[in-house]
Design a protein around this ligand. Sequence first.
Ligand code: NAD
Ligand code: TYD
Length: 348
Amino acid sequence: MNILITGGAGFIGSHVVRLFVKKYSGYHIFNLDALTYAGNLENLKDLENRPNYTFIKGDITDENHINTLFNKYRFDGVIHLAAESHVDRSIKDPLAFVKTNVIGTINLLNAFKNIWNEDYKGKLFYHISTDEVYGTLGETGLFTETSSYDPNSPYSASKASSDHFVRAYGETYKLPYVISNCSNNYGPNQFPEKLIPLFINNIMNSKPLPVYGDGNYTRDWLYVKDHAKAVDLVFHKAEHGETYNIGGFNEWKNIDLVRLLCQKMDDKLERHEGTSEKLITYVKDRPGHDLRYAIDASKIKEELGWEPSVTFEEGLEKTIDWYLNNKDWLDHVTSGEYQAYYDKQYAK
Ligand code: NAD
Ligand code: TYD
């Protein structure tokens, strides 16, 4: 079986690629990634010499290249993670999100459809998406697979659009697909523009911790390796044409999470209690900021037997330790473009 994983040099993709390459020696895993600012082959150094792994540098918006690759390797399965993934960047440059997340996804769907020409036995297109397509919750309630789509940011609108195209290809061309919509991930290898790695990096460097608005926004956090395990299960066991919500059963208000992180970092760095909390700085809110995300993950639990294996306490410890032990990785990814982004995003 030839399996294409897109976006495998990114945060979640690198954990999915590692799990598949190590667990399934009978699959050849092709990792297609454009290596944008968020993609980094250092994430996969340990796999470079594996015989069942090939990296291909390529952009999913490049229709000709995508068609050439599908014709050459005839991918039996696609696990599609490549995306522009950061809400704040989407507010600054929505079109980049339309290009990669919508047009890029359609290029992959077309190429998959063209090589199999309706002979889809044993084939699957697995689209990885986000709970942000459902928009925002109030103080109560959970997103289920039947919640209506109501995206509020250019990022979530582009992901919602790509979900709709995948489903439409299923209905119109009988293309076999599954979609999963996951809550916020955290863990090793996450680019330090997202809340948890950004704040770990800033605490390490004694820089301000920019909390948006009043900090009373809620997210449901899942350890990335538990997401990768869910992807494995969905890819192999899910009913085609279905959607699965994946979540951590783990809601935190941003400000509470940040305080916990500060305490743990003080401990690890042997700083006086309260040192990191002094770095908390309330800044201008994100426009269109969704109040609360929370997932009802009972469908994947009941149908596929998945649930998170790591508690938030354990996951956060592992994550902090990884960043403290991988300062070279942080230094490499925070040079160049990162600094320009940071200065612009957090300018007073
Ligand atoms: P990421 O930004 O860390 O990685 C994205 C990867 O895609 C990078 O390696 C990048 O180089 C690659 N890429 C970007 N544009 C590309 C293009 N045009 N062609 C080829 N490759 C391209 O993202 P992530 O956090 O790992 O998210 C992966 C997927 O999971 C995305 O589809 C995202 O929407 C979804 N998701 C993320 C989260 C989360 O909390 N991070 C939660 C739910 C769903
Ligand atoms: P983020 O990690 O960007 O994920 P998402 O927007 O996809 O949920 O942000 C998580 C939460 O943290 C979100 O409510 C926005 C907030 N946040 C801050 O308060 N300050 C920051 O600097 C960042 C990046 C995020």
